[in-house]
Design a protein around this ligand. Structure first.
Ligand code: TRP
Length: 333
């Protein structure tokens, strides 16, 4: 069997939270040391620029997210960890793909369509109001990210499956014109992938303002956890763990045995205060060591830079010769 190439992009917006950890970082860190695969993990900072045009914020978020992945143990020896913006070949490939992409295909992108619909609903004079070409072309840049490294498997959330279909579509069109040079990727959607609930019980997400940051002091972490919304059941009343936010977050960090004990204690009427304290202790124990590493990296950003630059060198050893081939194929070299 040919070696699989797994590739994941991380949009560098916002501050990493527990939901990012459980849904994306932890599974990727575990996979990053798998010797049967080549793994590419990159910071999609040019994707982040589409929504974030504040340079200080962009820089800060990129730093925090790189530090988080490194602190949580991403295996940068076995896998390749880099910043999208450090790989100019991706930008060049983006243009080649742009020339082969039907505008109509992009018109059908869910994210773009949703914004147009919003404008129509708000009776804006122009349905494309406030929509940049960056947003419109988003799926093409994402295709270049993937095709540049001949990824075979791309783990993504449900909302990104359409983008993978577009990447295949565009790659096929390129191959039809210029010969079989691009590898068609497949989306890998982990149906069990945990979607963590946030403070208010909805999906933990920056856009809902209900997140628990991954790396704050133990004291602040405790404070955040104490804010999780619960019902008014009294201590001593049996509580239903299913669908309960405290229990769900607990389960995402616990061993099976710890989960079983907690379930019994819910049935036995544990108080919300005690349940939250238990949750805090569990999460804090998992994060304590990484938190030290994170703080150290954030205090020494040159260490983060060194790591990602080395990643970029590794990545470019592949992207440079491959792009030369593609340039010859399209007739500019
Ligand atoms: N669009 C992805 C997201 O928002 C991030 C991303 C950018 C990505 N380029 C990618 C994911 C390439 C997978 C492969 O989550």
């Amino acid at each position: 069997m040919a070696k699989q190439t797994w590739l994941t992009g991380i949009t560098t917006s916002g501050t990493p939270h527990l939901g990012n950890y459980v849904g994306a970082i932890r599974p990727a860190v575990e996979a990053s040391s798998n010797p049967d695969r080549d793994g590419f993990y990159f910071l999609a900072d040019y994707h982040a620029m589409i929504k974030n045009q504040d340079p200080a914020l962009l820089r800060q978020s990129r730093q925090e997210i790189s530090a988080a992945w490194l602190a949580l143990g991403l295996d940068t020896e076995r896998s390749t960890f880099y910043r999208q913006s450090d790989i100019p070949e991706i930008m060049e490939l983006t243009w080649m793909l742009t020339c082969l992409t039907a505008k109509g295909l992009m018109n059908r992108a869910h994210a773009y369509k949703a914004l147009v619909q919003e404008n129509i609903d708000n009776k804006a004079a122009d349905p494309d109001r406030a929509i940049t070409m960056g947003l419109f072309n988003y799926p093409i840049l994402m295709s270049a990210d993937i095709l540049m490294f001949r990824a075979t498997h791309v783990p993504v959330g449900r909302d990104q499956v359409q983008h993978l279909e577009m990447a295949r579509d565009i790659a096929q069109r390129f191959n039809h014109h210029y010969g079989d040079l691009l590898v068609l990727p497949q989306a890998v959607v982990d149906e069990r992938a945990s979607v963590l609930a946030g403070l208010d019980g909805r999906k933990m997400s920056k856009s809902y303002g209900n997140t628990i940051p991954l790396f704050e002091s133990a004291k602040k972490l405790r404070k955040s956890i104490m804010k999780i919304k619960t019902n008014s059941q009294e201590p001593g009343e049996p509580k239903d763990p299913e669908g309960n936010t405290v229990f769900e977050i607990f389960r995402a960090f616990a061993t099976e045995e710890q989960t079983r004990t907690m379930r019994d204690d819910f049935a036995g009427g544990i108080s919300w205060g005690d349940a939250k304290q238990r949750l805090f202790e569990l999460v804090d124990a998992v994060l304590e060591e990484p938190r030290h590493r994170y703080d150290e990296l954030m205090a020494n950003p040159e260490r983060i830079d060194r790591q990602v630059r080395r990643g970029a060198e590794k990545a470019r050893e592949l992207s440079q010769p491959y792009l030369r081939e593609l340039r010859r194929a399209v007739g500019v070299a």
